[in-house]
Design a protein around this ligand. Structure first.
Ligand code: PHE
Length: 339
């Protein structure tokens, strides 16, 4: 048995020294020292030894076990160390190399225009109101004096979610939501996304942007509407800008108008930008219809108001000379970076 143990010790020693990976070491440990390992196998024969031999062989077996255990430990440490050094060498990073340049974020032209318009109206004492894009048909239509059978409802091809929930087709529902919860004087603007089931082309998109404006107080007149929108037009398009109000129809304003601004590109002489008319249409507006005031809980005998709705995308296209609306929604960085 002594022979067997010595032979085992020697063999184990050689193999351990040759082992190259932690896995190999582990299988050697199992092979020699494991529950079913070679050392255990040999020790099974202890029963047949004489009482004098037993402690001697027992001691030897323990020494052999200890020796193999120590060798395994040492070898393991060595391999781990080599592994680490190899990794350090292979995965060496030159921290003095120049870094990859980060691209700076950039505001989208729609955001730029919105920010600029907001800045002007905030300066005039307006505050910002918000409303949901998924809206009740009640706010988008009924409360805006546009009942179910009203012809204007056909004009705005609507994405319905259920029969009484829809994607708002305009920012005007925010007028009603604001009047319901605030007492006059009211002075708000409300920028946001609106939706209509239009096919996409150079001038149409199923999603676009509007900015609503609403003023309600005692004694508000069409003169206030014109005054405020004139100031806005001059601040946004330049001091020499002139405005023109043309009669129009909206169910929720009476009287209603559309406002044109003199072309900022040619000053009104006529050019490609204004389609050679000298004028550019930028918004719808009017005096808030008494029915709308009444339905929103405001006494039309006491208060009057005006409202307007600006098409943001159109203004952005005009301002930046963008010829295809789709460019605003594709978010191609090469496009957006230009503004
Ligand atoms: N909501 C109208 C539209 O989308 C614009 C508008 C707003 C007109 C407010 C009058 C008053 O066309």
């Amino acid at each position: 048995m002594e022979e067997l143990l010595k032979e085992l010790s020697k063999r184990a020693e050689e193999e351990i020294l040759k082992a190259k990976s932690l896995q190999e070491i582990e299988s050697l440990r199992v092979k020699y020292l494991g529950k079913k390992g070679e050392l255990t196998q040999i020790l099974r024969g202890m029963g047949s030894l004489s009482p004098e031999e037993r402690p001697v062989i027992g001691q030897l077996a323990n020494d052999v076990r200890e020796k193999i255990e120590n060798m395994i430990l040492e070898r393991r440490e060595k391999i781990a160390k080599e592994e680490k050094e190899r990794k350090i060498k292979e995965e060496y990073i030159d921290i003095t190399m120049p870094g990859k340049p980060y691209k700076y974020g950039h505001k989208h032209p729609i955001t730029l225009v919105m920010d600029e318009i907001k800045r002007i109206f905030l300066g005039l004492g307006f505050s910002i109101a918000e409303g949901p894009e998924v809206e009740l048909a009640y706010y988008n239509f009924e409360a805006l004096n546009t009942p179910e059978d009203h012809p204007a409802r056909d004009l705005q091809d609507t994405f319905y979610i259920t029969s009484d929930i829809l994607l708002r087709t305009q920012t005007s529902p925010v007028q009603v939501r604001t009047m319901e919860k605030t007492k006059p004087p009211i002075r708000v603007i409300s920028p946001g996304r609106v939706y209509r089931s239009d096919d996409i082309d150079a001038t149409h998109s199923p999603v676009f942007h509007q900015m609503e404006g609403l003023v309600v107080d005692e004694g508000i007149t069409m003169g206030d509407l014109k005054g405020v929108l004139n100031v806005f037009a001059k601040k946004f398009f330049g001091e020499s800008t002139r405005t023109k109000f043309r009669p129009h129809f909206f169910p929720f304003t009476e009287p209603s108008a559309e406002m044109d601004v003199s072309c900022f590109a040619c000053g009104g002489k006529g050019c490609r930008v204004c389609g050679y008319t000298g004028w550019i249409e930028i918004l719808g507006a009017g005096m808030v219809h008494p029915n709308v005031l009444r339905m929103s809980g405001i006494d039309p005998e006491k208060y009057t108001g005006f409202a307007f709705g600006l098409g943001i995308d159109r203004i952005a296209m005009l301002k930046y000379g963008i010829e295809d609306l789709r460019l605003l929604f594709e978010n191609d960085m090469r496009f957006i970076e230009q503004f």
